[in-house]
Design a binder for this molecule. Structure first.
Ligand SMILES: [Zn+2]
Ligand SMILES: [Zn+2]
Ligand SMILES: [Zn+2]
Length: 139
């Protein structure tokens, strides 16, 4: 289930390495996890991959655009492999759970500024905040 990732790495001029494939596979199966979780997932299957290697891989893949880094205010950075669209996220204020929200417009910027002040605007950062089903139960 990795030929896809190999092609992506090659297209981004990155060498295909076991840690890179492992990180991409972990993020495909577990979107929106933080660095510590990526490390745990990768090392469960590849115990020889160091913490530092995972940090380095996350940075390289994010820079290359193969991984998207999301940083909800006040939360630790999370990573995902879904990079090809302009989707948004809903974040639970209580437990930090994150889910994808399809963009109703589908491309950035999906909000038109009431006054662009002469800027050429290419993105509106949209994050939905609230409480997930588990956390809103009984509140
Ligand atoms: Zn929650
Ligand atoms: Zn997402
Ligand atoms: Zn949108």
């Amino acid at each position: 289930m990795t030929p896809d990732f190999e092609a992506q790495l090659k297209a981004a001029s990155l060498r295909v390495t076991k840690p890179r494939l492992a990180v991409l596979a972990a993020l495909r199966d577990h979107p929106h996890v933080d660095t510590d979780t990526v490390i745990a997932l990768v090392r469960a299957d590849h115990p020889t991959v160091s913490h530092q290697a995972v940090y380095d891989v996350l940075r390289a893949l994010t820079t290359a655009g193969l991984v998207r880094r999301i940083e909800p205010a006040g939360a630790t950075a999370r990573y995902e492999t879904r990079v090809s669209d302009n989707h948004h996220h809903v974040v639970c204020r209580s437990c930090g759970a994150i889910a994808d929200v399809e963009c109703v417009v589908g491309h950035a910027p999906c909000l038109t500024a009431s006054n662009d002040h002469g800027f050429v605007i290419d993105e509106a950062e949209v994050v939905y905040w609230g409480f997930c089903p588990a956390c809103s139960e009984g509140n």
